[in-house]
Design a protein around this ligand. Structure first.
Ligand SMILES: [Fe+2]
Ligand SMILES: [Fe+2]
Length: 253
């Protein structure tokens, strides 16, 4: 089984995880064509760095990596406006309905069982933070990127100024950063709930809370993958194409 240590070779990272390779390449200490048999320790030594400086972000990237089983094939053949509508109606609406329900269930579970389990208190704080961050994040998407995308398709590339200007790259950078934080928080959510395993003593409310959290996790992975892997790259491609007199592309997966 793969284990990330200072003695791990770049070739092993390549075989294990695209997300870890992306982080490594972004540091600039390993480039395309360099020797893949070099270890992380050797790489760091050659730049007078402690291996921990590289190991921590690599471990975070691996933990936050979206499993390849996430299915977003329903977006195939859609226009970008249809992708945006799919995200709003399937995921933003779901989150606005579900997050207050999960919050109320958590309050009741913490009241009943919190005294004997410090993880439940941390769980409530984490979900509270994620809910507040997600509301801001969705508003940012709905008030900046989504109108820009709709404008690109409806008005031949003429984008009305939004709270983030008229270039899609600005909000996309913020949103990718938010997604990385959210993915790390989902990893912590799984740790705090033992992957949503129902303890023997759990009452109906406790079971319901775990079911809702598990569904929230699944939905978040699909939602974020649709945006990271389809909406963001296609919006960037569309804006570049329109600048060159081309057309907004249709999604082809
Ligand atoms: Fe979203
Ligand atoms: Fe998002």
């Amino acid at each position: 089984m793969f284990e990330l240590t200072a003695e791990t070779r770049v070739a092993e990272l390549q075989a294990e995880s695209a997300a870890m390779m992306k982080v490594l390449m972004s540091t600039g200490i390993y480039r395309e064509g360099d020797n893949p048999d070099v270890t992380i320790n050797e790489l760091c030594q050659s730049f007078c760095l402690h291996p921990r400086i590289l190991l921590d972000p690599l471990a975070r990237a691996r933990a936050a990596e979206v499993p390849s089983t996430v299915d977003i094939s329903e977006l195939d053949g859609m226009t970008l406006t249809q992708v945006v509508e799919n995200i709003e109606t399937s995921h933003h609406a779901y989150l606005r309905e579900t997050l207050p329900v999960i919050g109320a269930l958590l309050d009741r579970v913490v009241q009943a069982h919190g005294a004997g389990d410090a993880r439940l208190t941390e769980l409530r704080e984490l979900v509270g933070k994620m809910s507040a961050d997600l509301e801001n994040h969705m508003l940012h998407e709905e008030e900046a990127l989504f109108p820009m995308v709709r404008d690109m398709e409806a008005n031949d590339g003429k984008i009305k100024p939004t709270r983030c200007g008229q270039a899609v790259a600005g909000p996309i950078m913020c949103m990718e950063n938010d997604h990385n934080i959210l993915k790390e928080e989902l990893v912590r959510l799984r740790e705090l709930t033992d992957d949503y395993a129902v303890p023997g003593f759990a009452c109906m409310t406790y079971r319901n809370m775990l079911e809702q959290l598990s569904r929230f996790d699944e939905d978040m992975l699909v939602h974020v993958t649709k945006e990271d892997d389809v909406l963001f790259p296609y919006a960037l491609k569309a804006q570049a194409a329109l600048r060159d007199g081309g057309q907004v592309p249709i999604v082809a997966l």
